[in-house]
Design a protein around this ligand. Structure first.
Ligand code: COI
Length: 350
């Protein structure tokens, strides 16, 4: 399927400083939009990035019926555009949509809308270390009615943003036992906008105490670690890659899955299981936890340098070239940018 394209009258490309790309603040010239009218997908096409017209009564503003995705396209040294595992984002958005009672965005609209948009804004895909075009599909309810019910009308949008690193230094995180991100029966596994809103206040408290982010614990007992900030969480404990197993309260990260696959491909031992706060704290104390890092599309692999727990800070060893996280980051970035042959079939050339 190909879509009509309305080109911008004035590109912002020449005003953009590609040497300075703060995350998520600069947007490419165009966006993709398709609307659902209760029965059919209509108005699908590419148009200039511009403010939206939305009724003040739109359901999304009042009740947060909105899900999103995050993915990246890289420019290889040869100039090819390489998209990383887009089908996984499509599948996850389908799961998120079901949880929020939203009709499914058809695969051809999701995939071809993204592909066509990247082609139109191809010059916005940066090259160079750690740089990519971040792609943000977002899907939300637009019924103009004040009443809590699944909307009939929806908009699916894709915007893109040339970007560098999400975190520019190693992270100081605090184990959070008062507030939770998600419960076992809630919306934690969905990439629902409201999950992120609920995380802001506890994160702000941690930031006021000098940390960058929190480590979320399970809502029922606050004894098991779940995620860190907007990322999945991994440890190296006694030379084993240990990560909380997926559950209804955790986001099924595509970077998380990729790192596990890479570890298995290397024959590195992996454990997906419950990871207890006490075991992490004991391991930080006795030195058996040698690495901790977050994984996510935006953050990629973000090493954690300090973990705070009940007023005590534990400092982790500085990652070296031999660290698992350094090697995994190098391998994953190599695959994403075409520098290393992709043994998994993850990369889609545009
Ligand atoms: C991502 O990693 O792509 C995310 O969606 C996390 C964040 C930027 C909200």
């Amino acid at each position: 399927m190909s879509f009509p394209v309305r080109h911008t009258a004035k590109s912002r490309l020449s005003e953009t400083d590609f040497n300075h790309l703060p995350f998520g603040r600069i947007f490419s010239d165009h966006m993709f939009q398709a609307d659902f009218n209760g029965q059919h997908w209509i108005n699908a096409g590419i148009r200039p990035y511009a403010p939206l017209e939305l009724q003040p009564s739109s359901a999304v503003i009042h009740y947060g019926q909105s899900v999103f995705e995050g993915m990246k396209v890289y420019r290889s040294a040869e100039g090819e555009l390489l998209l990383f595992r887009p089908i996984e984002n499509f599948k996850r958005m389908r799961n998120s949509s079901i949880r929020l009672s939203m009709p499914l965005v058809p695969e051809d609209i999701f995939m071809n809308g993204i592909m066509e948009l990247i082609k139109v804004d191809a010059n916005w895909v940066p090259s160079g270390d750690g740089k990519s075009l971040y792609i943000r599909p977002v899907y939300f309810a637009t019924d103009p009615l004040i009443g809590v019910h699944p909307s009939e009308l929806y908009t699916f949008l894709v915007i893109t943003s040339p970007t560098g690193a999400y975190y520019t230094s190693e992270l100081k995180v605090r184990i959070e036992k008062t507030y939770s991100r998600a419960s076992r029966s809630g919306t934690g596994y969905a990439k629902a906008a409201g999950n992120y809103a609920g995380a802001l206040y506890p994160t702000q408290l941690a930031q006021q105490a000098g940390y960058n982010q929190v480590i979320w614990t399970d809502a029922a007992t606050n004894t098991k670690v779940e995620e860190s900030g907007t990322m999945n969480l991994m440890f190296v404990i006694n030379n084993v890659l240990v990560t909380p197993s997926l559950s209804p309260s955790k986001l099924a990260g595509i970077t998380r899955d990729s790192i596990i696959e890479i570890a298995r491909h290397w024959g590195y031992p992996v454990e997906e299981r419950d990871v207890f706060v006490d075991e992490v704290v004991a391991g930080l104390r006795d030195g058996s936890v040698t690495e901790a890092f977050g994984t996510g599309t935006a953050a990629n692999i973000a090493p954690i340098s300090v973990i705070g727990h009940e007023g005590e800070d534990f400092t982790l060893p500085i990652p070296t070239v031999e660290s698992f996280s350094t090697k995994a980051l190098n391998f994953l970035d190599g695959i994403k940018t075409g520098r290393i042959a992709d043994p998994f079939g993850w990369v889609v050339k545009i």
